[in-house]
Design a protein around this ligand. Structure first.
Ligand code: GLA
Length: 401
């Protein structure tokens, strides 16, 4: 009898294992979706998540590729008498499983948040010492993604690697495909070890703020600051391993919760367009955080631009190289599938300027058809250079073929 049971048990665990996707294939392209934190902070509940799911379908966001709803910090309600992590019953009275069912019924996926310590960044219950139990709980709720933060944890890299691996292993053994976002803010070079511990993406900086750059010097990260930190990490980006440049602040207009701290006074739409351009050029996940129930035409123009999204999701999976890094402008080249290239020219100066790019000088020695992905039109048939006006903080993006 014992033998029969053992055989049966191994067959069952084998079939569970066989159904699971290898961890390095969990996010073949950068995940896209919406994250609760930067506007709503702890002011979240199941109604908001359901309405956001509806909005993602109605606005065409889901069909454009935004598939995830990432529940961030402050969803937790402690642990029950069996030490199972539970949601805050006031915010999620129907429980997370029911919410996941709803989100899945809309063709979307659900992400959740925890931290590799006893408490999260906002002081809620976290997973240290409960990794296996929490992973099983998340799997039983049909969670698809875990953002795993690193507040209240030791600073050294060895401990971080150990703690992330412990959670990744626990997710792997949970019987469900749950991707893992490593969120140690680039302080321990996670780009070097993320894959080996079982993670799929690595945050490159401290938290994004709704601003162009940190001029108040309080340590907040503006769009340009994040680009400058992430650009040198481009060689680490590859299939299933993505540089997470933090949330898109597009559409927050200085009214975001945490992203309005530390000088986050808001950006112009030209700057938001640059954020979208460069997050796409550098293969970052795209996590919106504005209120999707109240999109403006300008928000839609940027976040629903299918041509820029196609660059982000390109199946070659290579991030752009910064080929020019001058004081007042930068140029990036990203190889795309089909022997094409995306080229981005970013004006970092505070005023408009005329810029020229000679393609041979950036490694593109030929004559190219040029498609401007923000104007949605072909601008040249056989070009070997470009020159023109670029507004302050604007980024032009072309596909060359
Ligand atoms: C950290 C993370 C943020 C967010 C908050 C939640 O600051 O970097 O993205 O998840 O914690 O408390």
């Amino acid at each position: 009898m014992k033998k029969v049971l053992t055989i049966l048990f191994s067959a069952l665990s084998l079939s569970a294992a066989a159904q699971q996707t290898p961890r390095n294939q969990l996010t073949p392209t950068p995940p896209m979706g919406w994250m609760t934190w930067n506007l709503f902070k702890g002011d979240i509940n199941e109604q908001l998540i359901r309405e956001t799911a509806d909005a993602m379908v109605e606005n065409g966001l889901r069909d454009a590729g935004y598939k995830y709803i990432f529940i961030d910090d402050l969803w937790q309600g402690g642990r029950d008498m069996h030490n199972n992590i539970i949601p805050n019953p006031k915010k999620f009275p129907s429980g997370i499983k029911a919410l996941a069912d709803y989100v899945h019924s809309k063709g979307l996926k659900l992400g959740i948040y925890s931290d590799a310590a006893q408490l999260t960044c906002a002081g809620a219950t976290a997973s240290l010492g409960f990794e296996e139990q929490d992973a099983r709980t998340f799997a039983s709720w049909d969670i698809d993604y875990l953002k795993y933060d690193y507040c209240n944890a030791p600073e050294d890299s060895a401990t971080a690697r150990r703690r992330y691996k412990r959670m990744a292993d626990a997710l792997q053994n949970s019987g469900r495909d749950i991707a893992l976002g490593v969120c140690e803010w680039g302080q321990r070079q996670a780009e070097e070890w993320c894959e080996s511990v079982g993670g799929q993406l690595w945050r490159t900086t401290y938290d994004v703020r709704d601003m162009w750059k940190d001029i108040v010097h309080q340590g907040g990260m503006g769009i340009l600051d994040i680009i400058n930190i992430t650009a040198p990490l481009a060689p680490y980006a590859r299939h299933g391993q993505w540089p997470d440049m933090d949330m898109l602040v597009i559409g927050l207009n200085g009214n975001g919760g945490p992203s309005s701290d530390l000088g986050g006074v808001g950006c112009t739409y030209t700057e938001y367009q640059t954020q979208m351009s460069m997050w796409c050029m550098l293969c970052s996940p795209l996590a919106l955080t504005n209120d999707l129930r109240k999109l403006t035409d300008e928000d839609r123009r940027i976040i629903l631009n299918k041509e820029i999204i196609a660059i982000n999701q390109d199946k070659l999976g290579k991030a752009a190289t910064r080929v020019v890094n001058e004081k007042d402008y930068q140029v990036f080249v990203r190889p795309l599938s089909g022997n094409r290239h995306a080229v981005a020219v970013m004006n970092t100066a505070d005023k408009a300027q005329k810029l020229s790019v000679i393609f041979k000088n950036i490694g593109l020695d030929g004559k190219y058809k040029m498609r401007d992905v923000w104007q949605h039109k072909d601008i040249a048939k056989k070009a070997n250079k470009w020159s023109g006006n670029v507004d302050a903080h604007e980024t032009k993006v072309w596909v060359l073929e």
